[in-house]
Design a protein around this ligand. Structure first.
Ligand SMILES: [Zn+2]
Ligand SMILES: [Zn+2]
Length: 250
């Protein structure tokens, strides 16, 4: 079994459990390794905010260091960060970095890429009212996420499909959508960085499958892409959610 989970959120960003509660739950589940990856700080104006102030960063690092020491015999703990494309300072002093695009910059205001359909439909005014333009803008940014965030692996590749089960927002077979994700995939494959298979939205009952879609996983794999499996848990119950279903794809 896959006994690692390197994408966890805590009360240091938008998670509901403390790092210690997450650690104890991970030990109980028999995990051998975990990595914390709370959200990086962004100072740009944003419609949606789920990070803490700058002052929480040293407290977060100190708390993870305390847990590494306290639970050293029981579990390997790493201190990471989910570094957003629009974070205003480079991620420094972390064991690893997850690179993510949660926003598109629309004239100086950050528009979220993974909010419910009514939000996304309202945001289309920034994209000529065209959902495919919105997805193209997302993948244009994602294509550069390794370069910009200096990440070790790429988070939730097709995040814009979060609320798109059944094609309610757009057709994932549309030529423009396919062209957009393939261009990002090709650019990111060149970096050699692994892609994340992320069961977070599935655990929350929003999506029927993991990110990215099976079609994208197959595309990446056939071109030498490598993968890591993560739960993107925001609460302890979701640690390693759905891993039994996806570990065979690694
Ligand atoms: Zn994320
Ligand atoms: Zn996350």
């Amino acid at each position: 079994m896959y006994l690692k989970d390197y994408h966890l959120h805590t009360t240091f960003s938008d998670g509901i459990d403390t790092p210690e509660q997450m650690t104890e739950a991970a030990i109980e589940k028999g995990l051998a390794e975990i990595g914390f990856s709370d959200h990086s700080y962004i100072s740009m104006p944003s419609e949606i905010v789920y990070w803490k102030g700058k002052e929480s960063e040293p407290l977060y690092k100190a708390e993870i260091a305390r847990l590494q020491e306290k639970y050293r015999e029981k579990i390997k703990i790493s201190c990471g960060i989910e570094q957003d494309y629009f974070s205003d300072h480079a991620a420094e002093g972390y064991d690893y970095i997850i690179g993510a695009v949660h926003f598109i910059n629309a004239g100086g205001i950050l528009i979220a890429t993974d909010e419910p359909p009514d939000y996304t439909l309202k945001s289309l005014k920034h994209f000529d009212g065209d959902i495919y333009t919105f997805t193209e803008e997302y993948y244009k940014l994602l294509a550069r996420v390794v370069e910009v965030t200096k990440c070790d692996f790429i988070a939730h590749f097709d995040l814009v499909t979060k609320y798109n089960d059944g094609g309610v927002l757009f057709d994932e077979n549309h030529p423009r959508y396919k062209r957009a994700w393939r261009a990002a995939a090709d650019a990111l494959l060149e970096t050699g960085k692994p892609f994340e298979i992320n069961t977070g939205a599935m655990a929350r009952g929003i999506k029927s499958g993991a990110y990215p879609s099976v079609e994208i996983i197959e595309y990446l794999r056939s071109r030498g892409g490598r993968f890591v499996l993560n739960s993107d848990s925001h609460k302890k119950e979701n640690l390693c959610f759905g891993f039994e279903k996806y570990e065979k794809l690694l």
